[in-house]
Design a protein around this ligand. Sequence first.
Ligand code: PLP
Length: 387
Amino acid sequence: NIQMADRMARLPKQFFADLTRRVQAEIEAGRDIINLGQGNPDLPTPPHIVEALREAALDPATHRYGPFRGMAALKEAVAAFYARTYGIDLDPDTEVAILFGGKAGLVEVSEIYLNPGDVALVPDPGYPDYWSGIALAGARMVTLPLTADRSFLPDFEAVADADWQAAKLLFLNYPHNPTGATAPASLYTDLVEQARKHDVWVVHDFAYGAIGYDGIQPPSFLQAPGAKEVGIELYTLSKTYNMAGWRVAFAVGNPDMIAAINLFQDHYYVSLFPAVQRAAIAALTGPQDCVENLRMTYESRRNAFVGALQSLGVHCPPPGGSFFVWMPVPEGFKAVSYADMLLEKAGVAVAPGVGFGACGEGYVRIGLLTSEDRLREAAHRIAAVTR
Ligand code: PLP
């Protein structure tokens, strides 16, 4: 009768596991459900990347352990990608760490830096995986409320002095899951100043960096002067290249933080599957029109879905980036009761906003993760039960 360690009891509940099971049960029972509740990209990985994996897998050299800390060619490809896309110079050896997916990287950073009693600042609403590493470390989470009246941008002045003093990490994420908000470059300038003043490490989660709308390219945190002195940016290939199942991401920026991540990972992993690393090189260095096509696909879907809702009289502001729509729930509902009602009466699965934090009350998150036709159909079904 041996119990799990105490840290396991601290892990937050997986809010979405229950919803996923219910949606799955409905689908298996033969109901026509439009599932917009999860954040799983529906589009295929571009063929040239799949082909690179196939070729690499046929080379017996990739069947052996890869080098610790990733292939030099992959880290060079990351540096070239950041130079080309954001005009940022990175030393591939000291300013790039290869991650086993962004999710693992986010948990690792907390385990690396937080002692019991330390504070980590996280956006609310925000991506729930920030909470897991903080909980494992026994640290305390302090939220940065993101509200519509501030365009879902944090108010650093509202953080209590005692919390700043105990804070070691600050997580931010733009384009933002779940609100779809994007950040102006000035936010990052301000963030660098705050990080210096209060002596915290910044972790900017740039998972949706490639998905900005209306002609605006989301800025990288590292473009802010001094950013490399105070933090890192996490970038995943999951969304940019539709490679969510491949589990490949990277961290770039502050060399001390990169060294710490490498040290930690030396004790967990040997290396990413070498064939996946070669495919990731193909993604980052190959033709990039696939990225613009993907961005345009989401933009058309956004326009189709939000446009349909608005023309049917349902209030729903369009997101500026990411592939999520953050829809205010109508009067008389809470996030959960509205999501339940949509699933039951409209056959549309959405994620209740409270799954992303207390400030998500009053909203549901809708993923633009099916065809335009199905999204229009979803909008009509939602409107029919909402007005
Ligand atoms: N960060 C955010 C905000 C996300 O939405 C996701 C994935 O959904 C991730 C990080 C992690 O992505 P991955 O683990 O696939 O690299």
